[in-house]
Design a protein around this ligand. Structure first.
Ligand SMILES: [Zn+2]
Length: 500
């Protein structure tokens, strides 16, 4: 066993070093790299990618994983979980026919280009043949990866949130359909009265940046191990817990966008910074899943960042930063403005209340897409029908409808549901946290230290040493329960919109 462990650890050390280089290149490309370096950068990163591929598919390494797996009973729980995960990945890769994989990679390159073209022209027909092939590949993939526990769409869902099946998601979305859809109709039929003059007013970018830096302090982001920059689409990148970076953007006529992008990404970044440093030298560092990561960003962004308590404490600082821009705007005006609920067409611009309904539509479509119940021909019609049914809006064109998201063009089917799951996890976590600490009081504190500590102890420190389902259960004491989410939303928006 020791012989195999030596090979395993030694190869992982090299893989992590290469990953370190790739992550740094990726960060650089998305923030400050001069445009002129792209071609040279491409050549160099191709070399590193090839090294990664060779190392991770090396027969000696694969054999080591298989041998350790055979003797996994002798390992401690953390290492056993890691090796089970690695073995599962090795098996999955070996089940994909090489020529199919190469064809698919080529397809995606063309599909992405065609997608952007189709979106610009708002013409679904241009993208349709590519989408059809992407769906076919994904359907084949579900057959290759089928097990006695997983088949069909379940195979794809499991890729992004291990342990969550159609049955779980059906149950989740059924609760939303039953309780949230009628509530959203009530809320959005009312009009909130408040001073909204500031929402699209001019707020200089340099001052916005200053306030984002203030938010780093409020969230106790460790600048010795972290960094903030700007990019069009905000994102977080973590190499390990000593090197966590995020970006935000500053729109001068939409001050709230920067504030909530910053808090959202700081949520992802806090998760990464709080992983047990001992895991930096393993393959179990970093956040556990898409859903759990999104639960942390949305917890900070929505539950904390859009709470009255938070702004009661920090609104004076915002006014101090923008004394002229916010003249005559009260805390109440600001709170209502950041919690406006509207039935809209675009997912990425949706508010906290209606967001999950956008995801529900995509989930229903993906499910039927993979089962073969609907073909590419009928997708736009189905999309528009569901938007009318759940959000009451008419989709005017493909660009604002079926073509709005890049995910399918990137080949990913089964990813969307984790966005809604994240918000729901967050509410369940909030419920449990509030039994242990006075969460509302802490949200209104000078900083979020106590909240961070709770999350670190219950979730963050574990990195990916357990499955997401098990982390949620150990943190909250129960299995996933979507009712916390619906109750949270109905309680919050019921108060704001005065709905009994
Ligand atoms: Zn996010």
């Amino acid at each position: 066993m020791q012989k195999y462990l030596d090979i395993y650890f030694d190869t992982n050390k090299k893989l992590r070093a290469l990953q370190y280089a790739m992550s740094t290149i990726h960060w650089d490309s998305n923030t400050e790299a001069p445009r002129g370096c792209f071609a040279q950068r491409g050549k160099n990163s191709a070399v590193i990618s090839e090294l990664v591929y060779k190392l991770s598919t090396d027969k000696v390494y694969i054999d080591a994983i298989k041998n350790i797996y055979e003797q996994r009973e002798k390992l401690d729980p953390v290492m056993r979980h890691e090796i089970e995960k690695q073995k599962c990945e090795v098996d999955k890769t070996s089940r994909i026919p090489m020529e199919e994989y190469i064809k698919f990679t080529e397809l995606l390159e063309n599909a992405r280009q065609m997608y952007f073209d189709a979106k610009a022209k708002s013409d679904y027909n241009l993208f349709k043949p590519y989408l059809e092939q992407i769906i076919t590949y994904n359907k084949n993939y579900t057959v290759w990866q089928q097990t006695d526990k997983l088949s069909g769409y379940d195979v794809l869902l499991d890729e992004y949130e291990k342990g969550f099946t159609q049955k779980d998601f059906d149950n989740f979305f059924n609760v939303l359909r039953e309780k949230l859809v009628p509530f959203v109709k009530k809320v959005t039929s009312k009009k909130l009265k408040f001073n909204d003059s500031w929402i699209n007013a001019y707020f200089p970018a340099d001052k916005q940046k200053e306030f984002s830096q203030y938010l780093e302090g409020v969230m106790c982001f460790d600048l010795n191990r972290g960094l903030m920059k700007e990019s069009e689409h905000p994102f977080t990148l973590s190499v390990d817990s000593t090197n966590v970076r995020f970006t935000t953007h500053f729109y001068e006529n939409m001050v709230a966008s920067a504030i909530f992008s910053t808090i959202h990404e700081l949520g992802h970044a806090t998760y990464e910074q709080q992983v047990d440093p001992a895991l930096n030298d393993t393959m179990s560092g970093g956040g556990v899943s898409m859903g759990m990561h999104e639960s942390q960003s949305r917890f900070y962004e929505n539950i904390v960042g859009r709470s009255y308590e938070f702004w009661q404490r920090h609104y004076p600082k915002l006014v101090e930063t923008f004394p002229n821009e916010l003249k005559g705007v009260t805390l109440d005006d600001f709170y209502k403005g950041i919690n406006l609920a509207e039935c809209s067409l675009i997912r990425t611009e949706a508010d906290e209340l209606t967001y999950a309904l956008h995801i529900m539509i995509r989930y229903e479509i993906e499910k039927r897409m993979i089962s073969g119940e609907i073909g590419v021909e009928e997708l736009p019609k189905e999309w528009n029908k569901l938007y009318k049914e759940y959000l009451g809006v008419d989709v005017p064109n493909d660009k604002m409808g079926i073509l709005q998201d890049v995910h399918w063009a990137g080949g990913t089917i089964g990813y969307f549901p984790t966005y809604a799951l994240g918000s729901a996890y967050a509410s369940q976590i909030y419920h449990k946290m509030s039994q242990d600490i006075d969460t509302k009081k802490e949200m209104g504190s000078e900083n979020l230290k106590q909240i961070n500590l709770w999350l670190k102890d219950k979730i963050h420190k574990y990195g990916s040493t357990m499955d997401p389902k098990d982390i949620l259960k150990s943190a909250t004491g129960e299995a996933f329960n979507p009712n916390y989410y619906v109750d949270y939303l109905i309680n919050k928006y019921g108060k704001i919109y005065d709905i009994k």
